[in-house]
Structure formats: structure tokens, C-alpha cells
Ligand binder design. Structure first.
Ligand code: PHE
Length: 346
């Protein structure tokens, strides 16, 4: 009996330590085979008295069955383990490494345009757009530049036909907006008009026959030059830094009276004079003025009751100053090395 228990214990230890099916098979032969210890014990049965034999045989069989069961259990565990190992080894990576998506970025002119829009939307302005192929009426006549007026020469441009042209300034959009607001009976107009414009011009480092403008227009009761100054001063600080101040110089535009040229104190040298401001401490950024009474009247307003101001700036000019770009052509030649400098995601 003791011997049987030992055999069982021994078998149990070895079976549990067994790590692969082939060795397990060996153990089966070793313990349960013809030459195994169980068989050996069985052989001794004939030496026992007859009446003890059935009980003895039953005990031996029980141990045999127990070992057999242990072997089965271990077999199941090992088979599962082997299957998992094979699956792991034979795993096929069916994925293909992907392409990293190329992250584009906004064009610097778009960035500046949106910054301007943000500033003016913050002041309660609407943003308006209009057609790039414009008619003579809105581009010139409503802006107080009648046919054959010599002032037209300043903005000689690309005519599509006798009446239509590529707009020379976004003032054309302002003229459309003035008319629209008057028709809607609105008392206060606050609108900016960003967009592309076209002019016969020199094509050099600071001029282009196609460029972008952002013009602004305010009309209402008692709108004064000081309102214009306050608005532009606020815009200059937002765009070029808190320390910036502005100054007005007298100028001439057909659609404004009085008209001014607006300079901002240089954001590079702070006003002392440097190569960017050409030693003057000031940088010219836009034209502006109080809307000419003729312009208000032509749009239907009573110029004795309402007044307004308008301003217009070149978006390229603002971008060049802000980012220190010295050639306007960089904006149009699509050189990725230039454009990627404005990627705010990398
Ligand atoms: N339209 C003018 C230009 O293109 C700019 C401007 C707009 C000036 C509004 C005064 C008022 O040069």
C-alpha cells in the first residue's frame, strides 16, 4: 500500500513538472506501460492469499486510474499551451504601415486676414465679401471717381469689358454694403471687407498687380475722426504690440474727406529708427478718412444726418511687417520652405 502511494506521489510530481506532450507520453509509458511500476505491483498479486486479491486489485486499479487522469489533465493543459505558442509564433502581421498624413497649414496672408477679422469682430463688426469681377459703378463711380476723372489713372486696371473690371480695391465691397444697409434701413454700419484686388502696378519687392486688402467702414450718427483714430490705434496695438502708437498724416482719396495716411510706430526699433522703418521710426500701414458726403448721398443716405469713416490696408504689408518678410513675391510663389514656416502644428 505504502509502495503504491509512493508511486502515485512520484508520478504526480513528474507529471506536473512535465512541460511538453512528448515527455508526457514517455511518462505514460513509464508508469502505466507493461514494464511500469503498476504492472510490477500487479504481478505480486499472485503471491497474495486468494481472498485478499480482489481488494488489492481494486486498489492498484484505483491508483492506475488516478495516474491516468493526472496524465489526461496535464495533456489538456499542455495542448492548450502549445496551441497558444504556435499561434503566437505563426502570427502574421497583416497590417501595412501607413503613410503619415501630411498636415497642411494656413497661408500667412490667411493668418493675418483671420487675425484682422478677429480683432474687428471683437469690436462688433460684420465681415463682408463681394465679387472680384466688379462693375464700374461700385469700383469707381459710387466711390466718387466719375468716368474720365484723372484719379482713375492711379488705379488703372484689368478691364473685362467696358463696364466690368477686376476690382482695384475692396472699397467696391464697401459701396455695395453701404447701399445694402441703406435699403435695409439700418442706422449703424460696422463692416470690414477683406479680399483680393488687382491693379496695374510695378511688380517688385513691395508691389504686385494682385494683392489683398482689408477695408473697414463705419457709418452712423455722430461718427467722428476721433472714432477712426481710436479704432485704428486699438487695431495697431493688437496687431503689432501694446506699445504701438499711431499718427495721422494728411492725404487724398476721392471717397474720403478729410483723408489721412496712417503710420504705426516701428515695432522693430520702438520708434528710434532702423532699417525696417528706414530710420524714421514710423511705418505707413494704411489709408483712411471720413466718408465723403457724395459717397453717402449716392448710396441714399442723408449726409447731414449720418457720417462715417473708412480705412483700407494691404494684408501683405501687414504680414510683411509682422513676420519680417522682405519680398512680397514670397507670398505667391508657393515655395514650401517659406510656407511651412507658418505651420503652427509642427
Ligand atoms: N481704397 C484705398 C486704396 O485702395 C484705401 C482706402 C480705403 C483709403 C478706405 C481710405 C479709405 O488705396
Amino acid at each position: 500500500m505504502e509502495h503504491l502511494t509512493k508511486i502515485k506521489e512520484q508520478a504526480k510530481t513528474e507529471i506536473e513538472a512535465c512541460e511538453d506532450n512528448a515527455s508526457l507520453q514517455q511518462l505514460r509509458i513509464l508508469y502505466l506501460g507493461k514494464k511500469g511500476p503498476i504492472q510490477e505491483v500487479m504481478k505480486t498479486m499472485k503471491d497474495l492469499p486468494k481472498e485478499e486479491r480482489p481488494a488489492f486489485g481494486a486498489q492498484v486499479n484505483e491508483v492506475k486510474n488516478e495516474i491516468s487522469q493526472l496524465l489526461e489533465e496535464r495533456k489538456t493543459i499542455l495542448e492548450e499551451k502549445e496551441m497558444l505558442e504556435t499561434m503566437e509564433q505563426e502570427r502574421i502581421d497583416i497590417t501595412l504601415s501607413g503613410y503619415r498624413p501630411h498636415m497642411g497649414n494656413m497661408h500667412p496672408l490667411m493668418i493675418v486676414q483671420q487675425e484682422l477679422e478677429d480683432i474687428f469682430i471683437g469690436l462688433g463688426y460684420q465681415v463682408a465679401e463681394g465679387p472680384e469681377v466688379e462693375c464700374d459703378l461700385y469700383n469707381f463711380e459710387r466711390a466718387n471717381i466719375p468716368k474720365d476723372h484723372p484719379a482713375r489713372d492711379m488705379q488703372d486696371t484689368f478691364f473685362i469689358n467696358a463696364e466690368e473690371l477686376l476690382r482695384t480695391h475692396t472699397t467696391a465691397v464697401q459701396m455695395r454694403q453701404l447701399e445694402k444697409y441703406h435699403e435695409e434701413g439700418k442706422e449703424l454700419i460696422k463692416v470690414i471687407c477683406p479680399g483680393k484686388v488687382y491693379r496695374r502696378d510695378d511688380d517688385d519687392a513691395t508691389h504686385s498687380h494682385q494683392f489683398m486688402q482689408c477695408e473697414g467702414l463705419v457709418v452712423g450718427k455722430d461718427i467722428q475722426l476721433s472714432d477712426l483714430k481710436g479704432t485704428l490705434s486699438f487695431m495697431a496695438k493688437k496687431m503689432f504690440g501694446d506699445k504701438r502708437i499711431i499718427r495721422f498724416r494728411p492725404s487724398y482719396f476721392q471717397f474720403t474727406e478729410p483723408s489721412v495716411e496712417v503710420d504705426v510706430s516701428c515695432h522693430i526699433c520702438g520708434g528710434k529708427g532702423c532699417h525696417v522703418c528706414k530710420g524714421t521710426g514710423w511705418i505707413e500701414i494704411l489709408g483712411a478718412g471720413m466718408i465723403h458726403p457724395n459717397v453717402l448721398e449716392m448710396a441714399g443716405f442723408d449726409s447731414t444726418k449720418v457720417s462715417g469713416f473708412a480705412f483700407g490696408m494691404g494684408i501683405e504689408r501687414v504680414a510683411m511687417l509682422k513676420y519680417g518678410i522682405d519680398d512680397i513675391r514670397s507670398f505667391y510663389t508657393n515655395d514650401l520652405r517659406f510656407l511651412k514656416m507658418f505651420n503652427r502644428f509642427e
